[in-house]
Write a protein that binds this ligand. Structure first.
Ligand SMILES: C[S@@+](CC[C@H](N)C(=O)[O-])C[C@H]1O[C@@H](n2cnc3c(N)ncnc32)[C@H](O)[C@@H]1O
Length: 468
């Protein structure tokens, strides 16, 4: 185990000294990374809201760990930390409850043979096109049999009939692939055909960035279906943006299937990350086994509704809408407050919850739920970290009923009550052009999103050695 007294020089000459000193120095560095390339390697393999820039985990991984050390992200999302740890030859452990997050991260870190991708991709496109032409009726029958009635209703609402036939033809070809890493690769490409900012091939006009609006088909231009937002539900200025041509899923798949492979690291010698479905509040890890955590938890009050967008592709991959709805309830920061275990809070956190509850009792409970989930998550982080190691936690504050939830100071207070030292809180000024910050159905007001978007905090939690 690393001793606190041993000094260390990282690749960055300004970061020297003990682990704790280096952590403090790194938190004072510029953490904005404006203008940095965030799309290198496989970081851009699939869209994902509220990623942090790869430079952020990279800085802490390089400054605080050595090759072979264990780096954990218990809420890995699109796996920015996991990929950076993998590239830096650390042992990466990644968890998330979101099945799409697991697929994205597995593919981003699983070397594949580009020639096989090329061959298989070409075959999928050819065979899917052939079955749309030759076996259309069979596909239509299979569409009726594929789902339970609720899931079928969802698919019918969000996908035009001709789109459904092509998507199923693609699914059948992908599901025939035996080797999992190749099947996963094409599942991810398939998902990327549906989940894009503009709702991909679905009838949703916006997906990755906001709550979806369903389009209606208004006219047929040169053989293309043109979709438009329902003007009753949307302002005239947004209506202009929210118009799209319904594209062929097979054509889109053909355009996209070679893209991710170009970025996936090809070195099979690296330490393969371990990716598992798990709740960050109950990690399947032994005590004192992790050298560094870099993570960003969800916002309070379901500010980013991951499942809302992710179910658009997951429903095609064997998940029912009912199961995905159940899973959504387990997301940290959800809005339901019945059957929730509420934790005792340190005084400053209790005061924030109380002042919001005075304005809106329900919102107070929603915030209490969030901080209770973060108590359990931080306790788990404390348990699995080695003494003398740190968790770097990136959070934004939200506003509830016009009041700041003070997430950074509340989480720091919770961490200290668990036993962490908090040597510093870094500030990140967000690059507004890059940040993807979708709003949930209930707080989709522009002003709230803007308020949330300016700043993020990078909290350093240090687990002291017994001798500290
Ligand atoms: C802000 S995102 C992480 C983004 C990530 N840093 C990246 O760069 O892509 C938060 C993630 O927490 C996950 N999450 C929510 N509740 C969770 C839970 N109970 N256990 C584990 N992960 C959870 C969400 O699915 C989401 O992927």
């Amino acid at each position: 185990m690393r001793q606190l007294s041993i000094s260390f020089e990282s690749k960055d000459a300004s970061v020297q000294g003990t682990y704790l000193e280096r952590l403090s120095t790194l938190l004072e560095h510029d953490l904005d990374f404006h203008g940095a390339d965030t799309l290198y390697a496989s970081h851009d393999a699939h869209s994902f809201p509220a990623k942090f820039p790869p430079q952020l985990p990279k800085k802490f991984i390089n400054g605080l760990t050595e090759p072979g050390d264990v780096v954990l992200d218990p809420m890995m999302g699109s796996g920015t930390t996991i990929l950076e740890a993998f590239l830096a030859e650390r042992k990466a452990l990644g968890f998330d409850i979101d099945p799409l997050a697991q697929l994205i991260v597995s593919v981003k870190t699983s070397p594949v043979d580009p020639d096989i991708i090329q061959r298989q991709g070409k075959r999928i496109v050819q065979d899917a096109r052939a079955s749309v032409t030759d076996q259309r009726q069979d596909l239509e029958v299979a569409l009726e049999e594929r789902w339970d009635s609720r899931s079928r209703k969802f698919v019918n609402y969000w996908f035009a009939p001709s789109t459904q036939v092509e998507l199923l033809a693609l699914r059948q070809e992908i599901e025939d692939i035996h080797e999992q890493r190749y099947r996963d690769y094409f599942d991810l490409v398939f998902s990327g055909v549906i989940i894009t900012k503009s709702g991909g091939v679905s009838m949703a006009l916006d997906l990755a960035h906001t709550r979806p609006h369903r389009a209606k088909i208004v006219h047929d231009h040169h053989g293309h279906l043109v979709l438009e937002a329902d003007a009753d539900h949307i302002s005239a200025s947004r209506l202009e943006i929210l118009t799209k041509t319904l594209r062929s899923p097979i054509d889109e798949f053909e355009k996209k299937y070679l893209r991710p492979v170009a970025g996936i690291p090809h070195n099979f010698e690296r330490i393969q990350p371990e990716i598992q479905p798990s709740d960050a509040q109950h990690l399947p890890l032994e005590e004192a086994t992790v050298d560094l955590i870099v993570t960003s938890p969800p916002y309070a009050a379901n500010a980013i509704d991951y499942m809302r967008a992710h179910k658009f592709s997951l429903v095609w991959m064997g998940y029912s809408i009912a199961d995905l709805g159940q899973l959504r309830k387990q997301y940290i920061g959800g809005e339901a407050v019945s059957n929730i275990a509420f934790e005792q809070m340190p005084t400053p956190v209790r005061q924030v919850i109380q002042s919001i509850a005075e304005r809106d009792e329900k919102k107070g409970r929603v915030l209490h739920r969030y901080y209770s989930e973060m108590v359990r998550t931080l306790e788990e982080m404390y348990r699995v970290l080695k003494p003398g190691a740190a968790a770097v936690v990136v959070v934004g504050s939200s506003r509830m009923r016009g009041m700041d939830t003070q997430t950074e100071t509340c989480l720091a207070a919770i961490g200290e009550s668990i036993g962490f030292d908090v040597p510093g809180i870094g500030i990140r000024h967000l690059d507004r052009d890059k940040r993807m910050m979708p709003a949930s159905a209930k707080n989709g007001k522009r002003s709230q999103i803007q308020q949330r978007m300016h700043k993020e905090y990078v909290i350093g939690f240090y687990k002291p050695m017994q001798s500290d």
